[in-house]
Design a binder for this molecule. Sequence first.
Ligand SMILES: Cc1ncc(C[n+]2csc(CCOP(=O)(O)OP(=O)(O)O)c2C)c(N)n1
Length: 329
Amino acid sequence: MTLPESLNTEDLLKLYYYLKLNRSLEDRLAALYRQAIITATVFTSRGQEAISVGSAYALGPDDFVSPLTRNIGTMLVRGIQPRDIFTQYMGKATSPTGGKERIHYFGDLSKGIVASLSILGDMVPVMAGMALAAKIQGRPCVALTYIGEGAASTGDFHEGMNLASVLQLPFVLIIENNRYAYSTPASRAAAIDDFALRARCYGIPGRIVDGNDVLAVYAETRDALERARSGLGPSIIEAKTMRMHGHSDADAPWYVPKDEFEDWQRRDPLDRFERLLRDANLLDDTSRAAVESRISDEIESDLRYALDSPFPAPETAIQAVYAKTLSGG
Ligand SMILES: Cc1ncc(C[n+]2csc(CCOP(=O)(O)OP(=O)(O)O)c2C)c(N)n1
């Protein structure tokens, strides 16, 4: 890992904060799931946080991003609060969807967040469409989304990338190759090792990045965003990483060899970044404890807010299902 010139000390410490917030929040969600306080399925991104945090940090204020299941970190960097995630997973009236949806599939266009779908591959054409709209309207913004290596073989992936490349849209797609789609290893899902190769079919750049290196992800994403913003069209970035648990917190990864986990544990993105900050004298035991205590306070107070929030009134179930009207109905 090397320190990029475009990031100052404050940026580096913010990245550290978001990486730790991402992991701590998801650990808390998983614990609440095991306690049956949260009954919606919890999907965490342990081991992959550097991809969400590094790529979101590279976005400009007017860019659009659609975070998928393993991108809570992206939402946090864009300004979503832990309380939004807690209330959402608990289905509370105070949640961003008023209790209508219980995973973090919600958007906030004021923060440039486009709500995603659980239908694998669908956000590629949708976000290519966001990029097309920006291009038609002459706005200098870029659309970014993510996809797992499993979903990178869906028809929507190809249709969306084909459209984006033919129309030279300002669009960036990050393929998170975390080696397994449920229990299917990447080698059983595609006959290539590097999913970035798929970019060749569209005549666009396909870069490979170490997905456990937050600075490398940041730098690679920033380059692709700049390229798109300057009118040179879309790119694919493949971030190599590992899903350090089951598909969700409801299943055990019995099909992953133990030594594979041990190998990837040594490359843990948080440990690596922390070592870098310590070596650069930007972090010590005292400042680390201060970050941990700040995060713990934020998480616990937001969790209290969510626990104290009411469930939605039954009649709200049929309100604002398709669109909000002026009367709020
Ligand atoms: C079109 C479609 N097919 C199947 C599913 C069920 N499904 C949900 S997640 C998943 C595996 C996804 O693997 P990958 O794309 O590699 O992402 P990861 O979970 O590893 O982040 C499957 C098959 C779905 N949601 N949508």
